[in-house]
Design a protein around this ligand. Sequence first.
Ligand code: ATP
Length: 269
Amino acid sequence: AHSQAVGAPKIPSVSWQDIGGLHEVKKEILDTIQLPLEHPELLSLGLRRSGLLLYGPPGTGKTLLAKAVATTCTMTFLSVKGPELINMYVGQSEENVRNVFARARAAAPCIIFFDELDSLAPNRGRSGDSGGVMDRVVSQLLAELDGLHSSKEVFVIGATNRPDLLDSALLRPGRFDKLVYVGVNEDRESQLQVLSAVTRKFKLDPSVNLSSILEECPAQLTGADIYSLCSDAMMCAVKRKVEWIEEGLDTESSALVLTMEDFLQAAAR
Ligand code: ATP
């Protein structure tokens, strides 16, 4: 019943321009997915790679990257959070895993995005339930991944903060055999690229200097930190505009413009 409630997978609309920085990571992902999709004849020898694993701290853009590659390659996107598939009823968790792959094949070309993969496929033996539910889930997942070789148009992207917890069988050739690190933005240049990407569609007052905003922020920032900075700045601008409208100084139809002050207030938080 649960999987029926989730609609058919759609093609997302995330463009590469929405993603700041991460140039190397973008290239790796495109090479893995776009190249074989466009030139299947070159990979007819069975050396095909069907999965890659994005790992790194939360909020660094893993989901966004997976969606952008689906958009670029005109593929549907099926997002699954590891814990969602685990069910206490006997056999149901394996069935859920099977269903995910069946839905993906029906919606091919499709990318299955497994978020929190470590919770779906923890190291067998370590979880202390040998022969138990997690064991069977991992076996099912491995069987489905191996089956992907015959359905050329389904790819899997896994995401995890803890690759060390994954069952090592998942990382063997032909499965999630390409590991790509997605990290925190530690230098101002890459932070600036993210900030520019996030504010790309905003209307900014000429007073806004993106580099100076970052000077007011901590040295290390994830994409999610920068995103939340921008949404705070947006809230400041909205509140100001509402006040102005109430005082008759502005109209609802005029564009929302973000000022340097909005960003500085947001950064101060
Ligand atoms: P989690 O591990 O928690 O699932 P994640 O790595 O998948 O995190 P995302 O969900 O992709 O992170 O990103 C969180 C938010 O931060 C998103 O709303 C996204 O818009 C923004 N964001 C993250 N990285 C970037 C980036 N490089 N450029 C623009 N926005 C970003």
